[in-house]
Structure formats: C-alpha cells, structure tokens
Design a protein around this ligand. Sequence first.
Ligand SMILES: Nc1ncnc2c1ncn2[C@@H]1O[C@H](COP(=O)(O)OP(=O)(O)OP(=O)(O)O)[C@@H](O)[C@H]1O
Ligand SMILES: [Mg+2]
Length: 256
Amino acid sequence: MKIVAFANQKGGVGKTTTAVTLAHGLAKHSRRTLLVDLDPQGHTAFSLGLEKSPGLYRLVCLDEPLRTLVQSARPNLDVLPGDKRSESVKRLITLSDFRESILSDRLRGADYECILIDMAPSLDVLHVNGLVASDWVVIPTRLDALAVDGVKEILLTMGEVGQRGHGFQGFSILPTFFDRTTRETLAQFKEIVKAFGAHVWPPIPQDTRVREASAYGQTPWEYGPDSPAVTGYLDNRQRIGGYQQALDRLMEVIDA
Ligand SMILES: Nc1ncnc2c1ncn2[C@@H]1O[C@H](COP(=O)(O)OP(=O)(O)OP(=O)(O)O)[C@@H](O)[C@H]1O
Ligand SMILES: [Mg+2]
C-alpha cells in the first residue's frame, strides 16, 4: 500500500482538485483507493458530491475504526471526510506523546491499495502528521513569481521530518493553472524545471471546466473528460500535461 500526500502551504494551488481527480482516476483503474481530507475546510467530500463530516476527528480523537467512518464516493473510491472539527484534532495531537505519528498509526493496515491525503494550506502539526504518514509527496504549484520559494519551503519541512527518521520515497512537483499564452507562466515553468529537474511533472492547463466540475460534485473525468485539464494541450501534435498524464505518473509511483 502506498500513501501519497498532496501538499503546499500556499492556498488555492489545486491540492484538493488534484487529489480528488487522481483518486478517482486510480479508482477507475480498479485500484482500491481511500482519499483522506486533512483540511478543516472539508472541501474534499464536497468536490465528490458528498456531505462534510467529522470523519478525521472521530478517527484520531475518538479512535473509531476507519471502516465505520469512510463514505463510498465512487466504485473503488472511499473518502474519509473532514470538517471544522478537524481543528480540534490539532489540539489533541499536540498534547499526545506520539504527536507526529498518530495519523500514520491510524491508517496503518487499512485495506486499500493506495491512500491519497489532501492537506490544508498550512504547516501545522496536522500537516506534519500527513507527511509522516506518507511515502510520496505531490506538490501542486501555481506558476507565479513565488512558486519556487513555496516549493522550497515544503521541501524544507519534508527535510526536517526526514531528519527525525521518516523516509520518503520521493516527491513530485505538479505545475497547475498552466496558461501557455502567458509569458509569466512560461518563464516560471522554466524556473521550476531549472530548479527541480525531473521531479517536475507535465503541467495541468488552466481550465474553467475544472471549477464547474467541483461545483456540481463531479470530477473532471465525469464532467469534462475531453477538456484540456484532462487531456493536456497539443504541441507539435504531441499531447503535453493534463490529469491523464499525471495519473500515469502517479500509477508508476504506486506500482513501483
Ligand atoms: N486547472 C484548473 N483550472 C481552473 N480552475 C482550477 C484548476 N484547478 C483548480 N481550479 C479551481 O481553483 C480553485 C482552487 O483549487 P483547489 O481548491 O483545488 O486548491 P487548494 O490548493 O486545495 O486550495 P486550499 O489551499 O484552499 O485547500 C477551485 O475553485 C478549483 O475548482
Ligand atoms: Mg484544498
């Protein structure tokens, strides 16, 4: 079983969209998948047309069994939802003797082939728990002037977690909101590739249908399977980027 976190302390970079879309993609490829919402905003369930609920709170604070807390979202896809009570999880974790590995302990032995964790835009104790639970980290980032700095910051946190004994298998950077008609986007994309090389996955195009999909409680595979965010864009007859290519990369990670 592989656990993959979607993390960036910056808000609105596409963490939830990416985690939901790729989780559904894995499920469509018959991988039994659990999506965990670590964000008190509780957007993960909403994006799949489900209600928010205190699933994470009940798992961590009340130690209720995971299987009684998950909701079935799609065939092969379960969700452990979150809501504002996830805030009080932070308090409990802070007071615990095993403060960095509680989530990891609770998820260990879960009956899934992969678990994807949607992280909040923060660097708090819940965030550290998400990292400690994870084998791999995907870092979605917008291509703005501070993108490289933002990625470096999360890599620093991962380094600190690593120094305390946790071994990550690797990380990937996923540029989002890619607009190849904008000079700034292209310049920042080059910067990111220069800084992080092969860690950078092909970008996800900016695409209004992605926003519409989540408002309807659908994933891009359902709402706009032919839209650029899924299929990528055409460059010299070659398709580049999009969630289909990101899914292929993620399956390589999970099957490795
Ligand atoms: N490729 C895209 N093109 C257009 N809109 C997008 C794209 N990806 C995500 N969005 C929209 O941008 C908004 C922010 O995305 P999302 O919620 O996934 O970011 P986030 O990093 O999870 O935010 P937060 O930090 O608040 O958790 C959402 O309304 C989403 O529908
Ligand atoms: Mg989010």
